[in-house]
Design a protein around this ligand. Structure first.
Ligand code: UDP
Ligand code: MG
Length: 316
């Protein structure tokens, strides 16, 4: 394809050989209804099934289909990032899963919202009854803990099903950090974001590629990429121990005045233990503050991101 597409659809795929052709067909049908050229960019995340062969066939059969192939499985986030960097769309990029759980039929409406002025159209999964209780609870718990620790407000159910304007994609691509928790980064870059509810569909075929272990590592990556609060824990604990020292001092004073017997040596022993505890926690707390600075600096995120003035937005 020689012309620059107006829209890119980006789909990460790990062992989805039965889904890629179905999804491509659905997306091509949708592309026909849009007001500009579309590219469908598949990112094959080191699949070990027939996904690569399927994609080779699809790229040969359709000019609009492209595929990137990873040398091994680098993970969903890496695949999304490769897609955002490789997307050639001049106006907007839409990311969605390969398994049909993100209904592509919603894309025209997402594009309408973008035309009305949204830079990011974030699809929000409504609690689908088919999701297992464990999945509902772990995902709900994760968003609550994340938002509490990270001072951001990622809405619960914000999936990697979203439209981003070219400006937003360029901003994301400038972030140099290695661990890329895309859901957090999209929120971090700012711009005008619109939330759009959707009903999650059943996986077309196959099973989830996210095991419990993957989900845990995903959650830890997310929290540690966006929050320095856990590093402040020993500071908080040291304050708690200092509080204990104050309480115990008050108790000793009252006991002394009222003539209550305290066995000799006991008071000094308790004070020594508490003081040592507080001193150690405080020093770890100070060291953690410097570690937190290093952590923030090494990300080398830009200090600010500009957006085009609304009056100068190019024709959409
Ligand atoms: N995926 C990927 N690499 C991985 C795991 C998943 O590219 O290591 C893709 C997968 O093919 C799908 C999307 O990420 O398109 C979401 O994965 P999945 O549907 O398994 O997750 P779930 O919907 O169960 O949370
Ligand atoms: Mg899925």
């Amino acid at each position: 394809m020689n012309t620059t597409p107006k829209y890119s659809f980006v789909l990460p795929a790990f062992n989805e050989d039965e889904n890629v052709a179905i999804m491509t067909e659905r997306l091509l049908t949708i592309a026909e209804k849009l007001d500009g050229a579309v590219e469908i960019l598949w990112v094959n995340d080191g699949s070990t099934d027939g996904t690569a062969t399927q994609l080779d066939r699809l790229t040969q059969d359709h000019d609009a289909v492209r595929a990137l192939h990873f040398s091994r499985n680098f993970g969903h986030m890496a695949a999304l990032c490769a897609g955002l960097e490789g997307a050639r769309a001049s106006h907007a990029v839409i990311t969605l899963d390969a398994d049909g759980q993100h209904p592509p039929e919603m894309i025209p409406e997402m594009i309408r919202h973008w035309k009305d002025g949204a830079d990011i159209v974030q699809c929000i999964r409504q609690q689908a009854s088919e999701r297992s209780l464990i999945k509902k609870a772990t995902s709900g718990g994760f968003y609550k803990i994340f938002n509490l620790l990270a001072d951001t407000d990622i809405p619960e159910g914000a999936a990697d099903f979203r439209l981003m304007s070219r400006e937003v994609v360029d901003a994301l691509n400038t972030l140099p950090e290695r661990v890329r928790f895309v859901r957090g980064l999209v929120h971090w870059v700012g711009f005008h974001q619109l939330l759009m509810p959707y009903e999650e569909e059943k996986r077309l075929t196959g099973t989830t590629k996210y095991s419990m272990r993957h989900m845990l590592s995903f959650a830890l990556n997310g929290i540690t990429s966006f929050s320095i609060r856990p590093l402040r824990l020993s500071f908080v604990l040291s304050l708690l121990v200092i509080g204990l020292i104050a309480l115990y001092s008050a108790y000793v004073l009252v006991a002394m005045v009222s003539g209550k017997y305290i066995s000799p040596g006991w008071t000094s022993l308790v004070f020594v233990v508490l003081f040592l505890g507080a001193a150690q926690l405080l020093v770890i707390g100070i060291a953690s503050e410097y570690l937190a600075r290093l952590y923030v600096e090494q990300k080398r995120r830009p200090v600010y991101i500009l957006r085009k003035p609304i009056s100068r937005r190019e024709e959409q």
